[in-house]
Design a protein around this ligand. Structure first.
Ligand SMILES: *Cc1c(COP(=O)(O)O)cnc(C)c1O
Length: 366
C-alpha cells in the first residue's frame, strides 16, 4: 500500500536521547526544556520575530482568532481543511466564503472587496498546498478597510518569499505540526506574529495556559492548549532533518512533474515562482475529464485498486457541508473540489513508486 503521506520520523536513537533528558528532569509538560528549545529552534528556522507553541494547529488558529478580539464576519476560503472555518465558527464569528483561483487554488483576491461589510473584521486566507496567497494585495485591502489578516499557514512550513519566512506576513500566521504535515511534532502547532502587536504574546500565552501567569495570578479565562515535552522532543529531532526531507520532496515533485505535465487533461500544480522557496507539501493534480477521458473519482478508484491511496483533498467543499448551512455556490471552488486529486508525496517515497503511479495515470488516458 502506498499511502498519500507518511510521517517524517527522526532516527529512533535521537528521540530516545531526548526522552532520557525528559525522564531525568521529570518535567513532562508545562513549558519545560524541550518546549523552550523547540520554540527557539522554530523561531530561527521560520525566520520570525515571535512564535508561540500549541498542542495542535487547530487550537493555535482558534486561539489566535480569539487573541485579536474579532467580531462579526471573517472572509475566508471554502477550499481548505474544515479546521479553518471551524476555528472561525467556534469563536462565534461568521465565515464569509470567497471563491478561489483555478491556477493555484488560493483565495481570489479580486472577489474579496465586494464581500466586505460593516461587520467584517478580518480575512483568514489559506496558503493551500503551500502555494502562497497574493499577500500584498490582501494586506492592502485589509489596511484600507481596517481588517486583521491571519493566515492559515498549516501547509506552508518553511516556505519563504524573497528570502522572508511566510510567518512574517499579515498580523499572524498559524502553522500545523500534525503527523501528516511537512514538519511534525506528532501533533502540534504554532502562531507566529509581528513585533509591533505587543500584547498578543501575553494573550496567546494566557489562552493556552488557563490565563495563569504565575502561581497566584490568573489574568484571563484561558483554556489548555499547551504543547507537552514529548511533542516538543519530536519537533527538536525532526527539525534536524527537515531540510534534507524537503529536498527529497522536491526531487519527488520534479519527477512527477516530468512524467505528468505533458498528459492532456492532467494539470499538475506548478511550484515555479523563482522568488519562492517551496516545501513541496502536496501533489495535487486537476483532472479535466473531457480531455483526459475519465473523471477524478474513477481515477482515484483505479489507483486504490492498485493499492495507491490518493486523496480527494479538499472534498467536500466546506460551503457544501450541512452544518455550515451555506446557500451560496462558488464556481471555481466547486470545480476544483470535484476534480482535484492529491497524489502520494513524502520523503521516503521512491522514484520507482512515483513511476508506478504515473504509469497507471498515463494508461488511463484515452
Ligand atoms: C492540518 C490543518 C489544520 C489543523 O491543524 P492540526 O494540527 O491538525 O490541528 C488547519 N488548517 C489546515 C489548512 C490544515 O491542513
Amino acid at each position: 500500500m502506498i499511502n498519500v503521506t507518511s510521517p517524517l520520523l527522526p532516527p529512533l536513537n535521537e528521540y530516545i536521547t531526548e526522552l532520557e533528558e525528559i525522564w531525568n528532569s521529570k518535567w513532562i509538560t508545562n513549558m519545560g526544556s524541550a518546549h523552550k528549545r523547540l520554540e527557539q529552534g522554530l523561531t530561527n528556522y521560520l525566520g520570525v520575530k515571535n512564535l508561540e507553541l500549541f498542542v495542535n494547529g487547530h487550537l493555535a488558529l482558534e486561539l489566535a482568532l480569539q487573541a485579536f478580539d474579532l467580531k462579526g464576519e471573517v472572509i475566508t476560503t471554502p477550499f481548505t481543511f474544515v479546521s479553518t472555518s471551524h476555528a472561525i465558527k467556534r469563536n462565534g464569528l461568521t465565515p464569509v466564503f470567497c471563491d478561489i483561483k483555478t491556477d493555484d487554488y488560493t483565495i481570489d483576491v479580486d472577489k474579496i472587496e465586494s464581500l466586505i461589510t460593516d461587520k467584517t473584521t478580518a480575512i483568514v486566507p489559506v496558503h493551500v498546498y503551500g502555494h502562497i496567497c497574493e499577500t500584498e494585495k490582501i494586506e492592502k485591502i485589509a489596511k484600507k478597510h481596517n481588517l486583521k489578516v491571519i493566515y492559515d499557514a498549516a501547509h506552508a512550513f518553511g516556505v519563504s518569499v524573497n528570502g522572508q519566512g511566510v510567518g512574517n506576513l499579515g498580523d499572524a500566521s498559524m502553522f500545523s505540526f500534525h503527523a501528516t504535515k511537512v514538519f511534525n511534532c506528532i501533533e502540534g502547532g504554532a502562531v507566529t506574529f509581528n513585533n509591533h502587536i505587543n500584547d498578543i504574546k501575553t494573550k496567546l500565552y494566557n489562552l493556552k495556559n488557563f490565563g495563569i501567569q504565575s502561581p497566584e495570578i490568573v489574568e484571563a479565562i484561558g483554556c489548555n492548549a499547551k504543547m507537552n515535552e514529548f511533542q516538543a522532543a519530536m519537533g527538536i529531532c525532526n527539525l534536524k532533518i527537515i531540510d534534507e526531507s524537503i529536498q527529497k520532496r522536491k526531487q519527488i515533485y520534479t519527477h512527477y512533474y516530468e512524467r505528468l505535465s505533458n498528459i492532456d487533461g492532467i494539470k499538475i500544480n506548478s511550484y515555479s515562482n523563482e522568488n519562492i522557496k517551496y516545501n513541496y507539501a502536496y501533489l495535487p493534480i486537476l483532472i479535466d475529464e473531457n480531455k483526459y477521458g475519465i473523471n477524478r473519482d474513477k481515477l482515484a478508484n483505479i489507483l486504490l485498486e492498485n493499492d495507491i491511496y490518493a486523496r480527494k483533498y479538499f472534498y467536500p467543499l466546506i460551503s457544501n457541508i450541512e452544518c455550515y448551512n451555506c446557500k451560496q455556490t462558488f464556481e471555481n471552488a466547486e470545480y476544483v473540489s470535484k476534480n482535484i486529486l492529491t497524489l502520494p508525496i513524502y520523503p521516503d517515497l521512491t522514484l520507482k513508486q512515483v513511476d508506478l503511479i504515473c504509469d497507471i495515470i498515463k494508461q488511463q488516458k484515452n
